[in-house]
Design a protein around this ligand. Structure first.
Ligand SMILES: Cc1cc2nc3c(=O)[nH]c(=O)nc-3n(C[C@H](O)[C@H](O)[C@H](O)COP(=O)(O)O)c2cc1C
Ligand SMILES: Nc1ncnc2c1ncn2[C@@H]1O[C@H](COP(=O)(O)OP(=O)(O)O)[C@@H](O)[C@H]1O
Length: 313
């Protein structure tokens, strides 16, 4: 996949471009349906499939106070879109100037003028252009003049309701990683470098935990989870992850820490990926370290059963 950071990097005229436009945070099954339609149409036209997304997320620019936690970093989103088979990804820099572009200009100057788009694929509720006034109806009304055929996809329904990034955020925050998996078509994943924690896990408790460096990404709600961990080497292992503030030791900052089952290696500095399989229980303030050890032992036993099907080998 060719990755272009900004419209300035578009230097060639693509063959019959079929473009899908969206924020695509999460690359959930609804987004995947758009990518499928886009690659399918590009194939039929012998053209190029393009995804156009915005960076930073428009909500971060237009409503910074909301401080929307994102499901994916641009890096993760890029890799996920690549897996969907797109030829080109353009991440358009979203700033006040871009936000001021009218919906008509978005079509005339950008889609027609800059990209020479043949067909466009958008989600049923997608809005673009100044104040979000551009939509499927506007694209259709301009078809004769723009010579762009419009395809509207979705909604993709899961358990009676449309799949959306907002719904993914809600279920992840509510610890419901099982539903998140259904909406995403894959496990909910957090990745980051392994950093040092408080030095209690191995020495005091007998359960060393690899603590992940996290930034402002969306984290599953506080609690204990059965997980699959993937190391830098690509090796996959089963584990238990605690997302929380370790109240047993007097609340510290929020941490995401994983004890890997049947494993004893130094992981500091490695990039680790954690896939959330199932929520086991809320985080609690135990009366002593011994009680916490009993709690963690029970978590490990439960996780072992749940993850038996995923054990390598
Ligand atoms: C499976 C698992 C469950 C945990 N559950 C709790 C809990 O309910 N309450 C709590 O205070 N800490 C819990 N912890 C976190 C421990 O307090 C933490 O691992 C320990 O303080 C070590 O922290 P460190 O890695 O920063 O040294 C849990 C850890 C794991 C691995
Ligand atoms: N089974 C395991 N699961 C997770 N980390 C392990 C395991 N075995 C060894 N380690 C190593 O031990 C470190 C965690 O030890 P711990 O005593 O919890 O200290 P810290 O407070 O620095 O996290 C991990 O970062 C990793 O390098």
């Amino acid at each position: 996949m060719i990755i272009l950071r900004g419209l300035e990097e578009v230097r060639e005229r693509y063959q019959n471009p079929v473009v899908t436009i969206g924020n695509f945070d999460g690359v959930h099954l609804g987004h995947q349906a758009l990518f499928e339609k886009t690659t399918e149409r590009a194939k039929e036209l012998g053209g190029t499939s393009l995804a156009m997304t915005f960076e930073p997320h428009p909500m971060r620019v237009l409503r910074p106070a909301v401080n929307l936690p994102l499901i994916n970093t641009l890096e993760q989103k890029t890799r996920l879109i690549e897996k969907c088979g797109l030829d080109v990804l353009i991440s358009v820099r979203f700033d006040e100037d871009f936000a001021a572009l009218s919906a008509d200009d978005f079509v005339d100057k950008l889609l027609v003028g800059r990209l020479g788009v043949s067909e466009v694929v958008i989600g049923y509720d997608f809005a673009f252009g100044k104040k979000g006034l551009g939509d499927a109806e506007l694209l259709r009304s301009k078809e004769k003049q723009s010579h762009i055929t419009t395809h509207v996809v979705g909604p993709v329904i899961m358990e009676g309701r449309p799949i959306s990034s907002t719904r993914v955020r809600q279920v992840v925050r509510a610890c419901d990683v099982k539903t998140a998996r259904k909406l995403l078509g894959r496990f909910y994943r957090i990745s980051g470098k392994v950093i040092t924690g408080h030095g209690r896990g191995g020495r005091l408790l007998g359960f060393p935990t690899a603590n992940l460096k996290v930034r402002d990404e969306l984290l599953p709600g506080p609690g204990v989870y059965a997980v699959l961990a993937q190391l830098e080497s690509g090796k996959r292992l089963v584990g238990v992850t605690n997302v929380g503030k370790n109240p047993t030791f007097g609340d510290s900052g929020l941490s995401v820490e994983t004890h890997i089952l049947d494993f004893d290696e130094d992981l500091y500095g490695q990039d680790m990926k954690v896939d959330f399989v199932e929520h086991l229980r809320p985080e609690k303030k135990f009366s002593s370290a011994e009680e916490l050890v009993k709690g963690i032992s029970a978590d490990v036993a439960k996780a072992r059963k749940i993850l038996a099907n995923f054990l390598p080998g």
